[in-house]
Design a protein around this ligand. Structure first.
Ligand SMILES: *Cc1c(COP(=O)(O)O)cnc(C)c1O
Length: 413
């Protein structure tokens, strides 16, 4: 293959149909940001929106804003917008709580829909909170449920008639492997198994078609590719066919059929709203809405196409520039099988990540030895990938990682 140069990357940027989106983000100068899959960048519109919210709505209109500015309708309204990103109908998604809590709520609901089955299947390498939530719920219910953890290639044979629910993350947070959501959902469905998808690492980076696949439930994160800001509220999806049958695991007043009747007894709201527990986090919702609106302006097929190209470029450049330094690919080579991230393995992964951050290239490290680079196609350029790999080359050639300050683990990696 011919060697690529920085000029080649600049040429790719000059014809990039998504190139103009970069101006709709506030990005610090001198930084290559390859961590939009962990915390999305700040949309330029968020500052205005929050400023208006603080001055006009909270500051001036005070409690009247729940009606006047429809604060109360935000979980539904923003849920309906997210529905368009994930192939759901607008009354099938609501914004609430965190991904962890939504996993708890939906898994509890799924188990009640399959009372005779006692097995939950997930992947051994799934994101830890997903596994902890399953373990915690099993112990809380104390009804003899069992977590069956398998590797991805063992999934098909694990889906038997004992299984109540299959809980999978569509894109693996470490290696970036992408599940075939449609095929896996179909297979589960054939065996009477409910699917609960975690879309945290996929929504906003690729088109997702939950209803076309026949998915039952899903959750996802607001602060990654949706650019909702640190700790943004999360969302949950329940296919309409289940909504009337699914009792909320947390019966809070915001999920009541008529919260402002202040009745002593719980009566669930008719649809997806019953999965709201408490008062909506208005500041977080407002920021999330700006990020989601921005994504709705983009064609997700173009986003996916660019994401695949950015990943391919990064793999090719690392092979070209860094092969001699023992940096090994740890993600699928085929972009059709990969989410919007790449991963490499190196025994000094943590120190290398720190040395890169010191040079303005922000990726992250995932234990035990994975260097992870995420690509948010709306604000990342092809030259950014070039600059990141050039920095990696310098770090490796000069052993710039070999300094005590780069080996000290901070509490967040
Ligand atoms: C980011 C992420 C989460 C985050 O859960 P929180 O409750 O927001 O901390 C959960 N699951 C997966 C797969 C994730 O990638």
């Amino acid at each position: 293959m011919p060697r690529l140069s920085r000029d080649d990357c600049e040429r790719l940027d000059s014809t990039d149909a998504l190139g103009a989106f970069r101006n709709r983000f506030e990005l610090p100068g001198g930084i290559v940001y390859l961590d939009g899959n962990s915390l999305g960048a700040l949309p330029a519109g968020t500052r205005r929106r929050l400023d208006d919210l603080l001055r006009e709505q909270w500051g001036n209109d005070l409690i009247r804003s729940w009606n006047r500015h429809d604060w109360i309708g935000m979980p539904r309204r923003i849920g309906a917008k997210i529905a368009r990103l994930i192939g759901a109908d607008d009354d099938e998604v609501i914004v609430a709580d965190s991904t962890s809590i939504n996993l708890f709520k939906l898994l509890a609901a799924a188990l009640r829909l399959r009372p005779k089955r006692k097995v939950i299947v997930s992947e051994r390498g799934n994101f830890p909170t997903d596994l902890y939530i399953i373990q915690g719920l099993i112990s809380l219910l104390d009804q003899g449920h069992e977590l069956r953890l398998v590797d991805a290639d063992e999934l098909p044979s694990a889906l038997d008639a004992e299984v109540a629910a299959l809980l999978l993350t569509q894109v693996d947070y470490r290696c970036g492997r992408l599940h075939d959501l449609t095929a896996m959902t179909r297979q589960a469905r054939t065996n009477g198994i409910l699917t609960l998808w975690d879309l945290s690492h996929s929504a906003g980076a690729m088109p997702i078609e939950l209803n076309a696949a026949g998915a039952d439930m899903a959750v996802g994160c607001g602060y990654k590719y949706l650019n909702g800001g640190p700790g943004a509220p999360a969302y949950l999806f329940i296919a309409r066919r289940h909504q009337g049958d699914v009792q909320p695991a947390i019966a809070g007043w915001m999920g009541h059929a008529a919260p402002f009747e202040f009745a002593p007894d719980y009566r669930p709201a008719p649809g997806i709203e019953r999965h709201l527990a408490g008062t909506p986090p208005v500041l977080g919702l407002a920021a999330l809405e700006v990020g989601v609106d921005l994504l709705l302006d983009a064609d997700l097929h173009l986003v996916r196409e660019k994401s695949r190209r950015l990943g391919d470029l990064c793999l090719r450049l690392v092979e070209q520039e860094c092969a001699a330094f023992g940096v090994e690919r740890a993600c699928p080579r085929d972009s059709a099988l990969r989410g919007s991230q790449v991963a490499f393995r190196h025994p000094q992964g943590y120190a290398i990540t720190q040395a890169l951050i010191a040079k303005g290239v922000i990726g992250d490290f995932r234990a035990p030895d994975i260097l992870r680079f995420g690509f948010a196609p709306l604000y990342l350029r092809y030259v950014d990938v070039w600059d990141a790999v050039a920095a990696l080359h310098r770090v490796m050639r000069n052993k710039a990682w070999d300094r005590p300050e780069f080996k000290h683990k901070a509490s967040v990696t």
